[in-house]
Design a protein around this ligand. Structure first.
Ligand SMILES: Cc1cc2nc3c(=O)[nH]c(=O)nc-3n(C[C@H](O)[C@H](O)[C@H](O)COP(=O)(O)OP(=O)(O)OC[C@H]3O[C@@H](n4cnc5c(N)ncnc54)[C@H](O)[C@@H]3O)c2cc1C
Length: 488
């Protein structure tokens, strides 16, 4: 497919979206060349900003007819290159579709357009005593459509679950350009759970145009406790003991010395001086329950060797405790010219061993690593710091970043917890899944998108089926050979 072909779509795209919402100027197109993962860049041939679901459907139908690839983009905060455009394709930007269509306090649900930012759902629900639980740290800016595509998590997903646990219905545009609904908004599934299949599919199965989400009651009481430790293993022991005591906090987060240093430089969060690790534990729920749990958590934190403990129930004081953690990714920019935000998962019981291995690999490679993590669910975010002016350091940082994922896999973990595979981690997929596993996943993709036009080149390392590289696979897929599936 050539850019000329895409150019042929421009008049029709202007009719559909309005001329002001179709971008062809090369300089303006460059604004969209990457997402939050700036190491991958590709300028799209055309950008369109539809304002309604039927416009999205018409845009996709035009692409399908012309055989032009297309990619959906929300706010562009993704950290795995999921919204990376294709040079010969159309980038469909959803940010004009940002209406909150309905807040229903009785059935505790909201219906929103995909460009609505995550935090604005909670803001709109607050007057009804409700909130939207998934809370990625990027929630001020990231879109709910992007959250659905990435199945985003956040600090409070330990207790409340991920996006998939809060979405009950999706209006989507299929890759053929048809508008349809998955799920009926009740959260009760009969037949295949297509909402579940779609959530976390990273924009490869279609484009979300409306989302029905659950709302939860705002907890009566919230207490945030900060405990400082000399080492991350002391903090890790506290995490295991808290969970072992049968307490499920809303959040358990940990930061190591280097990430504390960065946060201090960026937001002056005033964490205890000289701490080797900081643990943040948040408890929420009915007042009597939270107060009982707080006493237990405080005792466990002390027994694990906390050098200082602070607790806050006032929203302003709690915000001060959270400021350092929430700023951590951006903050490392204060102590390093460049950094890679890694995202891997390990069983909680392996946290200590994996952190020790990361420290050893960091020392051997001479590349610093700052660790910030959702300790409660074993989701690590090692921040690999390097100087991008040095090709040697850049290579060493990339190697170390990959070796960290290998370590996660060796401990029975995963190559991503919440940032997705995108373009960045597709090469690691064969380390986690067999070729047959990957082909089976692609059969799902083929069922939605037989022409492979919807966000091509993402998630899978080697496109084998439904025509991305026709005839690439030499052996017939086992499911095809068994007569259980067919390749279109
Ligand atoms: C500072 C920072 C902190 C972050 N913290 C977290 C965190 O705590 N937890 C977490 O999970 N993530 C986090 N992220 C990653 C990112 O914010 C999430 O992945 C987020 O859900 C992306 O939303 P977006 O609107 O920016 O999507 P984009 O980056 O625009 O797109 C992401 C993917 O979604 C697809 N997509 C977008 N809109 C649609 C749509 N309407 N229909 C179908 N597909 C669509 C795109 O094709 C792409 O594959 C963080 C990022 C940053 C920069």
């Amino acid at each position: 497919m050539t850019a000329t072909t895409v150019g042929g779509l421009v008049p029709r795209m202007r009719e559909i979206c309005g001329a002001a919402n179709v971008i062809t100027d090369p300089l303006e197109l460059r604004t969209y060349e990457c997402d939050g993962l700036t190491s991958h860049r590709s300028v799209p041939a055309l950008v369109v900003l539809p304002g309604a679901a039927d416009e999205v459907a018409a845009v996709v139908a035009e692409c399908a007819r012309a055989g032009v690839p297309f990619v959906a983009r929300g706010s562009g905060t993704g950290l795995s290159g999921g919204a990376l455009p294709t040079q010969d394709g159309v980038l469909i930007v959803m940010t004009r579709m940002r209406k909150i269509l309905e807040i229903d306090p009785v059935s505790r649900r909201a219906v929103v357009e995909p460009g609505v930012t995550n935090l604005s759902v909670s803001k709109a629900a607050a007057p009804f005593g409700l909130f939207y639980a998934p809370d990625p740290s990027s929630q001020v800016i990231c879109s709910v459509g992007g959250n659905v595509a990435e199945n985003s998590g956040g600090a409070h997903c330990l207790k409340n679950g991920f996006t998939v646990h809060h979405v009950t219905g999706l209006e989507i545009v299929t890759p053929a350009g048809e508008l349809t609904w998955l799920g009926d908004g009740t959260g009760v599934t009969t037949g295949y759970d297509l909402v579940g299949a779609f959530t976390g599919s990273e924009g490869t199965l279609g484009i979300v145009t409306k989302i029905v989400v659950k709302l939860m009651p705002i907890p009566e009481t919230v207490h945030t406790l900060l405990a400082a430790y000399s080492t991350t293993s002391d903090g890790g022991r506290a995490v295991s003991d808290i969970i072992g005591a049968g307490i499920l906090p809303a959040a358990i987060e940990m930061m190591d010395a280097l990430s504390i240093e960065a946060a201090e430089a960026a937001v002056r969060c005033n964490y205890p001086e000289g701490a080797g690790a900081v643990l943040i534990v948040e408890l929420d729920g009915p007042t009597s329950e939270v107060e009982t749990e707080l006493a237990t958590v405080r005792a466990i934190a002390e027994a694990a060797g906390a050098t200082e403990i602070r607790a806050a129930d006032d929203p302003a004081e709690r915000a001060v405790i959270w400021a350092g953690r929430k700023s951590a990714f951006a903050a490392v920019g204060r102590i390093s010219p460049a950094f890679i935000v890694q995202d891997g998962v390990v069983p909680r019981t392996s946290l200590g061993a994996v952190l020790a291995k990361i420290a050893t690999m960091s020392e051997q490679s001479g590349i610093r690593v700052a660790n910030v993590f959702h300790a409660g669910d074993g989701n690590l975010h090692p921040l690999v710091l390097y100087d991008d002016a040095s090709p040697e350091q850049t290579t060493a940082a990339e190697e170390l970043s990959g070796a960290i994922l290998d370590t996660c896999l060796e401990h029975g973990g995963s190559i991503t917890g919440e940032h997705g595979v995108g373009v960045d981690k597709s090469r690691y997929m064969p380390r986690m899944f067999s070729a047959d596993d990957l082909d089976t996943m692609q059969l799902v993709r083929c069922a939605f998108d037989p022409a492979s036009l919807c966000n091509p080149g993402k998630v899978f390392p080697t496109p084998r089926l439904c025509g991305e590289v026709p005839g690439h696979r030499r052996e017939p897929h086992p499911a095809v050979a068994a007569g259980l599936a067919e390749i279109f």
